[in-house]
Design a protein around this ligand. Structure first.
Ligand SMILES: [Zn+2]
Length: 266
């Protein structure tokens, strides 16, 4: 009895709130949280991370992160406009910082809050390599994968309680779901793995973003080849556990290349 009520409640929510299509891939996805809620959680996590990190400023590396961050975020704005999906990033306030850390990592939180760790730079090697990773991370944000993961978690945990009520009454639970989605807690910024499908989507959106920004998307093949070599080592970096780079991923990227190249203007 409760269950059927729950299904109806959920179905209603989906109609009002829930279904949207991922840019570029057009996959249907569930979003139960508001963008403004996600963006404000992202902002809080970003500010806390910056407070606890050594932010690098003024060096050539920091300038490179700024340059690529600006190019990729401008490409995102342009692409969303072109796809008629500007509402997805309406509340974004783009920010990018280089953080001093040996960790091989980079991420983009909801709202366009990007971090790159210095440990990543030897692998990205140059501007185009950095654009591959930043494009990929921004791809996750444009596809709102965090919202999707939290929504799936909500469906599983709250089992169809009226979700708007649940969120209003259980802000701490919402925070904890965000924590589960973004690995808040022990290690800031160490994102929990997205699903394989979400990874593949972020790759594709990232290639298109690179192309729109004027970087040759073919650079992605070399970057993921270098990642693949790293993951074969004894102690593969953290990033590799959330971003497994294997032949399958590289082949997937290669097969999407003709589509990405349509957006590339030299
Ligand atoms: Zn990813």
């Amino acid at each position: 009895m409760y269950k059927s009520f729950a299904v109806i409640a959920l179905a209603t929510l989906f109609l009002f709130n829930g279904c949207s299509k991922v840019p570029i891939t057009d996959r249907k996805q569930v979003h139960l949280l508001s963008a403004s809620e996600m963006n404000s959680l992202g902002l809080t996590q970003y500010q806390e991370t910056l407070k606890q990190s050594k932010v690098v400023n003024g060096t050539p590396d920091a300038q490179l992160v700024n340059k690529v961050g600006l190019n990729i975020s401008n490409a995102a704005i342009q692409l969303m406009k072109q796809l008629n999906q500007s509402d997805r990033i309406a509340g974004f306030q783009w920010e990018y910082h280089l953080l001093e850390s040996k960790e091989v990592n980079a991420w983009c939180l909801p709202g366009g809050k990007i971090a790159v760790y210095t440990g990543l730079l030897p692998i990205t090697k140059d501007e185009a390599g950095l654009a591959v990773v930043m494009g990929h991370e921004v791809g996750h944000a444009l596809a709102e994968h965090g919202n999707e993961r939290m929504s799936q978690q909500l469906l599983a945990e709250m089992g169809g309680m009226a979700l708007d009520v649940a969120l209003a009454n259980e802000p701490s639970q919402t925070r904890s779901l965000y924590g589960q989605a973004y690995g808040l807690g022990a290690q800031y910024g160490a994102l929990l793995p997205f699903s394989r499908a979400q990874e593949s989507e972020a790759d594709k959106i990232g290639l298109v973003l690179m192309a729109v920004a004027g970087y040759d998307p073919n650079n992605a093949v070399g970057l993921w080849e270098r990642m693949k070599q790293l993951s074969a080592g004894n102690a593969p970096p953290e990033f590799m556990s959330t971003h497994p780079s294997d032949q399958h991923r590289i082949d997937d990227i290669k097969s999407f290349m003709p589509e990405a190249m349509k957006y590339y203007k030299k």
